[in-house]
Design a protein around this ligand. Structure first.
Ligand SMILES: N[C@@H](CCC(=O)N[C@@H](CS)C(=O)NCC(=O)O)C(=O)O
Length: 236
């Protein structure tokens, strides 16, 4: 029997899991029909993952492979695909693997910034008071003064506009993985909606948007892993 894969997962308040990269890996593990064992991890707990020679989560540890560890969400997806080829595929083959990486790069280089503008102050406020100065300093190094970068709900139209290529695709296919269900590209994008769900009350999508129905499908997938998470139902 396949033993659960452990994942070091970022937790803010109790059961508040807001790391998109951790969510992407959790969706991918669930897609491979492998149980997940979450090891709660807080910002600045680098010592707990020092064995991986770096300081970011997700890190997974696979007891089915002599406790092999892998860090970085993309490396984890590729590891799962290579190690569990007989389980449902994350990429649908080598062509799909490159396409999934493209989706990820496109997302990180464009829409994600518009999303971060919407949720940034909620994300800051989600941090415990002791972590807020550090969180602000590290994020301001990247985005500039947070109060100037952040838009809150006023930035939703810009985010929705950035979703247009996804929207046009999801008008033709139920998922980025095609007509038969989600692939890793879906997991990756959905993971950022899980970030928003975990920390922000802002409504990101209108009910008549195909993206809304897709997000519903993704939240219900894998026994409702997303829907059962602690978050803001009023944001849906
Ligand atoms: N490229 C990495 C990014 C991982 C990452 O940035 N993780 C964040 C959590 S969302 C982290 O561990 N941050 C710890 C820190 O900033 O000290 C991946 O895809 O896994």
């Amino acid at each position: 029997m396949t033993k659960p894969i452990s994942i070091y997962e970022l937790e803010g308040a109790p059961n508040q899991f807001f790391s998109p990269f951790c969510w992407a890996s959790k969706f991918a593990i669930a897609h491979k029909e492998i149980p997940i064992d979450t090891i709660r991890w807080k910002f600045k707990e680098g010592d707990k993952i020092a064995f991986s020679n770096q300081g970011l989560v997700p890190v997974i540890v696979d007891p089915n492979q002599d406790g092999k560890w892998v860090n970085d969400s993309w490396a984890i997806a590729k590891y799962l695909e290579e190690t569990y080829p007989d389980r449902p595929s994350l990429f649908g083959g080598p062509q799909g693997e490159a396409a999934a990486l493209f989706v990820q790069k496109w997302w990180l280089n464009g829409p994600v910034v518009t999303l971060m503008k919407v949720v940034m102050l909620d994300l800051l406020n989600a941090q415990t008071p002791d972590l807020q100065p550090w969180f602000r300093e590290t994020r301001e190094a990247k985005f500039g003064k947070l109060e100037e970068f952040a838009t809150g709900a006023a930035g939703v139209p810009e985010f929705q506009k950035a979703l247009e290529p996804l929207r046009q695709t999801l008008k033709e296919y139920s998922h980025l993985g095609g007509k038969n269900g989600p692939s890793y590209a879906d997991h990756y994008i959905a993971s950022f909606f899980m970030l928003a769900y975990a920390i922000s009350p802002v409504k990101l999508l209108e009910k008549d948007d195909v993206m809304y129905a897709w997000r519903e499908r993704m939240m219900s997938a894998y026994s409702g892993m997303g829907r059962n998470a602690v978050g803001h139902p009023e944001s849906l």
